[in-house]
Design a protein around this ligand. Structure first.
Ligand SMILES: Nc1ncnc2c1ncn2[C@@H]1O[C@H](COP(=O)(O)OP(=O)(O)OP(=O)(O)O)[C@@H](O)[C@H]1O
Ligand SMILES: [Mg+2]
Length: 287
């Protein structure tokens, strides 16, 4: 079986996988135990994260929300293996995140899509895969990248360069690039932060669709309460200095989610709880 075909099949099998993985007792896919992070800056040591514990079940979608500068990106980088915690440890599918990343089990998406301007959409979407796996041929990598571009709704835009794409389309290419690795875990840091409100909503629906079809484990850092509630099974609220997870808010919305979720009373109650917690954590910020 070609790799491209295997990705498409795993995408198609994803709806079933999501259902299986939704069991509350599913094995932890991401486990963070007692994570503490200190940074050195201008000769001073600053504790940014303190005793963070996080368990994200396989196939779940969780969000992380908290005041600007509290340490959300730092936590995501620890989960990705890009920052070694000062104390504590992370396991992604039972192994260290650096090992998981090497085995292409982690895909990363940041606020800035960072595409190569001289490469078109399909070349950009295939780029990480070709860099990560030198055994994969160009034809196969491009086929896989094109399948992922179709999944994110970019069919027909494969030959366009980044300068010919809108901000939302560029971010879709970045998501396709991460998905082309076929990672089990997708870590996203404010991926829609630079987009207008309507494009952001469209991207939310696109991400929901990807998650429902692939059953991947997704951790999303966002400043949008609405986005967090719409997409997630639970929302971790960070606050304090050094930051901790001050509360985990479950989102008791029926699956599958869609436009009808927005009028569900559970949508409003989760939003209100998150708003209260965010106001509290803003008030507790050091001056
Ligand atoms: N490499 C680093 N060296 C020193 N300090 C750092 C480093 N990275 C982040 N920090 C500091 O750690 C704190 C948390 O930063 P981080 O980027 O994780 O916050 P954030 O919650 O993602 O903020 P935002 O919502 O604005 O993106 C900040 O005070 C920041 O200045
Ligand atoms: Mg950040």
């Amino acid at each position: 079986m070609t790799a491209a075909l295997s990705v498409v099949q795993s995408v198609e099998a994803g709806a079933g996988a999501a259902a299986v993985n939704s069991a509350a007792d599913a094995p932890g896919h991401i486990e963070a135990h007692d994570i503490t992070v200190d940074f050195e800056s201008e000769g001073r040591r600053q504790r940014v994260l303190q005793a963070i514990n996080l368990s994200v079940p396989k196939g779940s979608f969780v969000s992380i929300i908290g005041p600007s500068g509290c340490g959300k990106s730092s936590l995501l980088k620890v989960l990705a293996g890009l920052i070694a915690p000062t104390e504590g440890r992370v396991l992604v599918d039972g192994i260290a995140p650096q090992q998981a990343a090497k085995r292409r089990r982690i895909g990363l998406v940041f606020q800035d899509p960072i595409l190569l301007p001289w490469k078109n959409a399909v070349e950009n979407a295939a780029f990480l895969l070709m860099t990560a796996d030198d055994t994969i041929g160009k034809t196969e990598a491009f086929a896989r990248a094109a399948a992922m571009l179709r999944l994110v709704g970019l069919e027909g835009a494969e030959r366009k360069n980044p300068s010919q794409l809108s901000g939302g389309m560029r971010q879709r290419v970045a998501i396709a690039r991460a998905l082309a690795l076929d990672p089990q875990v997708l870590l996203m840091d404010e991926p829609f932060g630079a987009l207008d409100a309507i494009t952001r909503e469209e991207m939310s629906h696109c991400l929901l669709d990807i998650w429902q079809r692939t059953g991947k484990t997704i951790v999303l850092v966002t400043h949008s309460i609405e986005e967090a509630v719409f997409l997630s099974r639970e929302v971790h609220v960070m606050g304090g200095a050094p930051a901790q997870i001050i509360e985990t808010v479950p989102v008791l919305l029926a699956q599958p989610r869609g436009a009808q979720s927005l009028t569900d009373p559970a949508f409003k109650s989760a939003q209100q709880r998150l708003r209260t917690l965010l106001i509290e954590s803003h008030q507790r910020r050091p001056a």
